[in-house]
Design a binder for this molecule. Structure first.
Ligand SMILES: C[S@@+](CC[C@H](N)C(=O)[O-])C[C@H]1O[C@@H](n2cnc3c(N)ncnc32)[C@H](O)[C@@H]1O
Length: 317
């Protein structure tokens, strides 16, 4: 299998698709044989990591997926988001789960490059999930405008309602210039809507754990190009988001947020707990404090104006 660039990146979507399915988050139509083979090939590294007492890559993937779910759920239920564009959706089951849950109250658009978009559309059709409020579109996140760009897709949505943009597992494959370019386009697009929210995950160079570092090396070999660590710390990433045009940027430590959520058995409450932080330095420090459920619940009372363009970014373990 000799692939490069976006096509090679697409294959990694099969591995994560298989992880979501194996953990009861997905549907068999979104779990592929390629995904199982890839996932099995990563198993020795996962086992080594858990034998050494570290978090496994799978636990990080699940933490990031569930935390994005929780933040999105809160935005829909409390902050007026009624439209979602999940860019580079791959074989993620989130669109299927959210479309099933919210029905006509939510318009969920899954978007990816042509090959993956076609595959996803066929799978969702077999699952009976597609309709007016759940669809798949071809979109290249790197396009500034024109057919297949975010600008063209967003122009078809309702500006008087809230929009959330999600990217999961995409940023690491793009260089810093490309990431800053897509963030500027996202911020500009979100500014045209009543409420704007961007949710994503990122790996920071400053504190990547051993399994995350090892995974990066494996992924770089698999996709035959570099997997990037663009930002050193939370201050660095929040600064770049603000320069791109986001009014607020909050960085969460995904495994910690997910672990705290398991304590509380209410992930939406966990997600809300970090809403009041504005200063990225404070954001980094406050992840230490997020152990206390009472404090977390109280903090959700003090949330900022939800109409601000907000980016939440989940940091790898
Ligand atoms: C690692 S997968 C992540 C898939 C899914 N979000 C998940 O977490 O399981 C990366 C996805 O990015 C897509 N992709 C790569 N470059 C892209 C681009 N420029 N625009 C949109 N999607 C892109 C690939 O086709 C692939 O589906």
């Amino acid at each position: 299998m000799r692939m490069r660039g976006p096509e090679a990146i697409g294959i990694t979507a099969h591995a994560t698709g298989y992880v979501w399915a194996r953990n009861g988050l997905s549907h068999p139509e979104l779990s592929t044989r390629e995904g199982r083979m890839l996932s099995d090939s990563m198993r020795p590294m996962m086992m080594l990591s858990s034998v050494l007492g570290g978090p496994t890559l799978e636990s990080y993937l699940l933490a990031r997926h569930r935390t994005i779910d929780a933040l999105l759920e809160r935005a829909i239920e409390q902050d007026g988001v009624t439209q979602v564009i999940e860019i580079a959706c791959g074989l993620s089951p989130r669109g299927w789960r959210f479309a099933g849950r919210y029905g006509s109250k939510l318009t969920y658009i899954e978007a990816d490059l042509p090959g993956m978009a076609d595959r996803k559309q066929r799978a969702l059709r077999r699952m009976g999930s597609l309709g007016e409020h759940h669809r798949v579109e071809v979109l290249d996140a790197l396009l500034e405008e024109g057919p297949g760009s975010l600008a063209a897709l967003a122009a078809k949505l309702d500006p008087d309602a809230g929009l959330a943009i999600v990217t999961e597992g995409l940023l690491g494959y793009l260089d810093r210039e490309a990431v800053e370019g897509i963030w500027s386009r996202f911020a500009r697009t979100l500014a045209g809507f009543r409420t704007g929210l961007y949710l994503a995950d990122i790996q920071l160079s400053g504190d990547a754990s051993a399994p995350v570092r090892a995974f990066r090396v494996m992924l770089s070999a698999l996709v035959r190009s570099r997997v990037h660590l663009h930002f050193t710390d939370t201050r660095d990433v929040a600064g770049a988001l603000k320069r791109a045009g986001f009014e607020r940027a909050e960085v969460h430590h995904a495994p910690q947020v997910a672990a705290a959520g398991e304590h509380r058995e209410d992930p939406a409450q966990t997600a809300a707990s970090s809403e009041r932080r504005e200063d990225p330095a404070q954001a980094a420090a406050s992840s230490e404090r997020r152990e206390d459920p009472a404090q977390a619940a109280a903090s959700s009372e003090r949330r900022e104006d939800p109409s601000a363009r907000l980016a939440h970014v989940l940091q790898a373990g």
